[in-house]
Design a protein around this ligand. Structure first.
Ligand code: AMP
Length: 284
């Protein structure tokens, strides 16, 4: 396994691999890997001949009051995991390498970037779309692997690929959870033991929503208010948003029909966590 820190170095090896006729899979990450990351890496390993994983905490996607500095990092552990998972290359550039002083260009995906998480994190998805397009241009992957955990991010990247005619197959993989249902996240590290057990409320509220829909409830406001009631009973939780949207365009829906995304962001103490559930009720 090789660790590459420069854009030119990463381009060179990817062009060589491609010239040798190999398919390249890219897994973009911010490091501090957990089973969620590993599931993407394993999928890439199965599907592609060369696996490139980027480890880059992207300053562009953090707001000024957010946790860019504190974001958990353990690169030596990521390297060990990469070796045991059969990763071929880790791309680990510095912020200066990806964003030199002269850097001016940003990628904005209108509408999709301004709802849900984009409302509470202005500029976040511009940072995401920009870094992902850069990674795509550097690596030129045949396929790129992302998690459904960040459902809005996945939709935005799909938009970038379609709108800008990129030749990348987008592979979205399911959310990997802890035993109590909490979606795995590098930020779970911030939770103290009480917060950690309180954090299970996100998934519990999603399960409640699913149960209501299975029981025949179709009114979005009713489902949202039941989820809200449930979360508000947890003293350490503060809701940022709960939203029921069309799964393809993120428009809020009034009633559940077809493919809907139930997404939420909740502060547990000072830590903002997200989770979501896709439901397909067509004919069900
Ligand atoms: P991050 O390092 O948090 O930027 O995440 C890198 C990739 O891993 C993104 O595509 C995430 O959606 C994905 N990911 C993060 N957590 C999970 C999880 N619990 N299950 C599946 N994928 C995940």
């Amino acid at each position: 396994m090789e660790i590459i820190e420069t854009v030119s170095g990463m381009k060179r090896v990817c062009r060589e691999e491609a010239r040798a006729g190999k398919t390249i899979g890219l897994v973009p990450t911010m490091g501090y890997w957990h089973e969620g990351h590993l599931s993407l890496i394993r999928a890439a390993r199965k599907r592609c001949q060369v696996v490139v994983v980027s480890v880059f905490v992207n300053p562009l996607q953090f707001g000024p009051q957010e946790d860019y500095q504190q974001y958990p990092r353990d690169f030596s552990r990521d390297i060990r995991l990469a070796k045991s998972e059969g990763v071929d290359y880790i791309f680990h550039p510095s912020a200066e390498e990806l964003y030199p002083q002269s850097f001016k260009t940003e990628v904005e995906v209108r509408e999709l970037s301004n709802t849900l998480c984009g409302k509470s994190r202005p500029g976040h998805f511009k940072g995401v779309a920009t870094v992902v397009l850069k990674l795509f241009n550097i690596v030129r992957p045949d396929a790129a692997f992302f998690g459904q955990k960040d459902a809005q991010q996945a939709l935005i990247i799909k938009r970038v690929i379609d709108d800008l005619d990129l030749d990348v197959e987008l592979v979205i993989l399911p959310i990997i959870r802890e035993e109590d249902g909490l979606a795995m996240s590098s930020r779970n590290l911030y939770l103290n033991p009480q917060e950690r057990s309180a954090a299970a409320i996100l998934y519990k509220s999603l399960q409640k929503a699913r149960e209501l829909v299975r029981g025949g409830e179709r009114r979005a406001p009713v489902i949202i208010s039941r989820m809200k009631q449930m979360i508000e009973q947890e003293p350490l939780a503060r809701i940022d948003y709960i939203s029921l949207t069309d799964a393809d365009n993120l428009w809020e829906v009034d009633s559940i029909e077809g493919k809907v995304l139930i997404a939420l962001a909740v502060f547990i103490g000072k830590t903002r966590l997200i989770d979501n559930l896709l439901l397909d009720v067509s004919g069900a």
